[in-house]
Every structure is written in structure tokens, then in C-alpha cells.
Write a protein that binds this ligand. Structure first.
Ligand SMILES: CC(C)(COP(=O)(O)OP(=O)(O)OC[C@H]1O[C@@H](n2cnc3c(N)ncnc32)[C@H](O)[C@@H]1OP(=O)(O)O)[C@@H](O)C(=O)NCCC(=O)NCCS
Length: 426
């Protein structure tokens, strides 16, 4: 990674501090040379106080061990029938891989632990067939995992679960990773695979909203390979159950994990939940709410006072951020079509909801709206939040000359001497 990327990385640090990432590592990656570099990346995440849980599969090693012992494995992936001999193979292979990961963590001065955190029950009889020792995750001992994470430990979870009677079952590692991500309220679930992301009919999926992926899976499941389809299902499930971002990355690439996590345009696939669902366009009846919301900031000269009739005329430029139907923040996008520029204005987050990332979300929302509208630049005028726009929105300081002429005239008349912030959108 280039030194010039450092600023890009630094902006994510406060956002991810003490947050949890789940890495679901393909068995092929655990057994490969790529593991060492992947664990270096994990060490970097830990140094930024990001909590990391490693979940791994064991399919390839089960196959290899079966060949070595001359035993026919009844199932490789953890979704078919696991007979007693295959369960034995799975326990041996999975524990070997867990140990490899623990060794790798030690080599990076990281503390790791494996515990009985996955409570599994037998999958049972499905369409008349007893799946024997194949299990499904019944519960994740989130409290145990949280206590490990709070002590800076990296938990390592093999694809095995134990029931209340002390019996072991094989579980599918992707399904387990989803369950762990949901229970720990992880902000990211990253599938580390030998492929560069999800592909549909041979085309890479770079970024997709969860609803869109769910529709694609419904409409054309045959366009995915079986392995990718399973991953797509798990990504949808995780996003629909509260994990905001699911990544599928190529674990064989140097710094593939860092590039994906710290760059909005990562190299793999990003499936994301709709982060903008709390944001809606303002309506006429919201004028009073906007005035009430921003009154304090207007009094403190953080925002320009906009008379009610002016607000009424431009209310369709405004967006409201609601929590439980209460407006807690607002922003506006005023477009200057002749210059193909947009003004991000009236950004305000109520004091009771500050520092929760709402301002940043509104910045991103307006930016994506401006991009959709094909604008070439966004500008903002601010008296007291200019560094916010620079550090969180990656605006740069400009000059009054950068403003569209009509806006520049108003700027000079106002005498507020606000800082001019610009962001180019190409
Ligand atoms: C500026 C404002 C929109 C930030 O909203 P928010 O939802 O609290 O911000 P986020 O949660 O996205 O980000 C919080 C981060 O921004 C920083 N921040 C908050 N206000 C800031 C300001 N005025 N200047 C610089 N940084 C600021 C916080 O210290 C915090 O930093 P950290 O992530 O490094 O810990 C909000 O404080 C506000 O409404 N201010 C008054 C109105 C205003 O000045 N609007 C801009 C003019 S259009």
C-alpha cells in the first residue's frame, strides 16, 4: 500500500475502532502460503483496535485426509450427510487447521483461543434422510466470545458445534460465520476465498445492494456456480439480519483484505444493506421540523438562517434523517445546473444524536445523489465545520471564485466569511 493511501486509511480508523469483523476463511487459504500475509493484515486490524474473529472451513483437508486414510467421506462441505467416519475426519482436519491459525497468530504476537462457543443441534431427517452428524448452529455463546474479544484475543472457530449432551456435529462454516456475525453485531463479514469475489454468468459483481442480490438469486440462480450461490445466499442472509457489509475477497492477493476494508473501491465483491433507509426526502409539512431542528445551529451562526418562505420554496432539496419517525438530522442538495455543481447545505445533526456517524451518512448520501445526477462537483460553505468536511467527507478547501456566480454573489452579500469546501466528483 502506498504512503499516499495513508490518509484514506486514517479516515476509517475512528469508524472501526472496537468494532467487530468476522473473517470466514476458506480451508484452501488456511493451508496455503497466503495465510501468512493474511495474518499480517489481521495483526494490522488488531493494532487499530478492530476486533477480529476467525472462522474457517475444512473441506479440502477432509477430502485429503479421507484419501490418505482410504476412507470414503460421506460429505465434504458440511451440508450433506456426515457419518461417524466423516465426523472423525472432520474433527481431525478442522483441529489441525485451527492449530495452524493459532500458530500463525502467535507468529504475529497475537493472542488466539478456540472454545466451545458454537452450540449445534443435528440437522435431523430431511426428506426422509437422516443427516446423522451434520448439525446446524443453534446458538452462539456471544458472551464468551465478547469476553475474549474484550481482552484482545482473536477467537478461532472450526466448523464444528457441540450440543448440550457433549456430542459434536459438523456445521457449514459459511453458515456459522453468518450466525457469529449476527450475534456479535459485526460491522463486516469477510469471506476470504481463492476467487476474486462473486461472479454471475462469468461477470464479476463488484458492489450490490442486498435486495438486488436477493432478486438476482431468485431470478437466475443457475447463473452462479454452486459454491458462489451458497455464498450469495449467506451474504443475503447476513445483510438482511443486521450485518451492514459483507465482502467476498481473494485471499491469495497480497493486501487483498486491507484493500477491501480501507478502500471504497475494493478488489472483491461488496454486498451492503441499505444504509440510507433512515433518510427520506422532505415534504412541505417538514418545514417547521427543519426550522426547529436547525434553530440552535442558526443561533450559533453555524448555519445560515433561511426564511420560512425560502425554505418552503426549496423544501424538495431537503432530506430528513429519522429515527422512530422523529427527525434528528437534515441536509440539502441545491443544484446549479448551468455550472453542473451542487451545494451541500444545511447539514445538521441534533445534539442528542451527534457522533454516531449520522453526519457522515448524510454526506455520503448527498454525494451519491450528486453523482447520480451527473454533477461534476459538490461544494459546501461552513463557518465551524470546515475540518469536518475535509476529514470525514474528503472535501478540500477552495475559494469564493470556485462558486457558481449566483452563489458567489449571495456569499459576498452575507458577510459570513464561511470557508469554501469543494469536492470534485469525477
Ligand atoms: C458537523 C456535524 C454535521 C457532524 O455530525 P455528526 O453526526 O455528529 O458527525 P459524525 O458522527 O459523522 O462524525 C463525528 C466526528 O466528526 C467530528 N466533528 C463533529 N463536529 C465537528 C466540527 N464542527 N468540526 C470538525 N470535526 C467535527 C467529531 O469530533 C467526530 O470525530 P471522530 O470520528 O474523529 O471521533 C454536526 O456536529 C452538526 O450538525 N454541527 C452543527 C451544524 C454545522 O456546522 N453544519 C455544517 C455546515 S453546512
Amino acid at each position: 500500500m502506498k504512503l499516499t493511501d495513508l490518509r484514506g486509511i486514517l479516515q476509517y480508523i475512528p469508524q472501526f475502532r472496537e468494532k467487530t469483523f468476522i473473517l470466514a476463511i476458506d480451508a484452501g487459504i488456511v493451508a496455503s502460503d497466503s495465510l501468512a500475509t493474511l495474518l499480517l493484515d489481521v495483526a494490522l486490524l488488531r493494532s487499530l483496535n478492530i476486533r477480529v474473529v476467525l472462522v474457517h472451513g475444512a473441506a479440502e483437508q477432509i477430502r485429503a485426509l479421507a484419501d490418505e486414510r482410504g476412507v470414503a467421506a460421506s460429505d465434504i462441505e458440511g451440508t450433506g450427510i456426515t457419518d461417524a467416519a466423516t465426523l472423525d475426519l472432520a474433527i481431525t482436519a478442522a483441529n489441525r487447521l485451527t492449530h495452524d491459525l493459532l500458530e500463525g497468530l502467535s507468529a504475529n504476537d497475537l493472542r488466539g483461543a478456540c472454545g466451545n462457543v458454537i452450540v449445534a443441534h443435528p440437522l435431523g431427517v430431511i426428506q426422509g434422510v437422516d443427516h446423522l452428524f451434520t448439525g446446524r448452529v443453534e446458538r452462539v455463546d456471544a458472551e464468551f466470545l465478547q469476553s475474549l474479544l474484550a481482552q484482545g484475543v482473536v477467537p478461532v472457530l472450526p466448523p464444528l458445534g457441540i450440543d448440550g449432551d457433549g456430542k459434536t456435529y459438523r456445521v457449514n462454516s459459511d453458515a456459522m460465520a453468518v450466525a457469529v456475525a449476527e450475534q456479535l453485531k459485526a460491522v463486516k463479514l469477510v469471506f476470504v476465498t481463492p476467487q476474486p469475489g462473486l461472479f454471475h454468468r462469468g461477470q464479476p459483481i463488484r458492489q450490490m445492494l442486498v435486495g438486488e442480490l436477493a432478486r438476482l438469486v431468485d431470478r437466475d440462480a443457475a447463473g452462479f456456480t454452486s459454491e458462489m450461490l451458497s455464498r450469495a445466499h449467506h451474504a443475503v442472509r447476513a445483510c438482511q439480519n443486521g450485518v451492514p457489509r459483507v465482502h467476498v475477497i481473494n485471499g491469495t492477493l497480497d493486501e487483498g483484505l486491507l484493500a477491501e476494508v480501507f478502500d471504497n473501491h475494493g478488489l472483491g465483491t461488496l454486498i451492503h444493506a441499505n444504509e440510507y433507509e433512515n433518510i427520506r426526502p422532505a415534504k412541505k409539512k417538514d418545514v417547521q421540523a427543519i426550522q426547529l431542528l436547525t434553530r440552535q445551529a442558526v443561533e450559533a451562526d453555524e448555519l445560515l438562517k433561511r426564511p420560512r418562505n425560502a425554505l418552503e420554496k426549496s423544501v424538495s432539496d431537503y432530506y430528513i434523517f429519522e429515527i422512530d419517525k422523529n427527525p434528528v438530522a437534515c441536509v440539502a442538495l441545491h443544484v446549479y445546473p448551468e455550472q453542473n455543481q451542487g451545494e451541500l447545505a444545511s447539514l445538521y445533526v441534533s445534539a442528542s444524536h451527534e457522533n454516531q456517524g449520522i453526519g457522515r451518512k448524510l454526506l455520503q448520501f448527498v454525494e451519491s445523489r450528486a453523482r447520480e445526477a451527473g454533477l461534476k462537483a459538490l461544494f459546501a460553505l461552513s463557518t465551524q465545520a470546515s475540518t469536518y468536511f475535509q476529514s470525514k467527507g474528503r472535501f478540500v478547501e477552495g475559494a469564493p471564485d470556485d462558486l457558481p456566480p449566483a452563489r458567489r454573489e449571495k456569499y459576498e452579500q452575507s458577510g459570513r466569511n464561511s470557508k469554501v469546501l469543494i469536492k470534485k466528483l469525477d
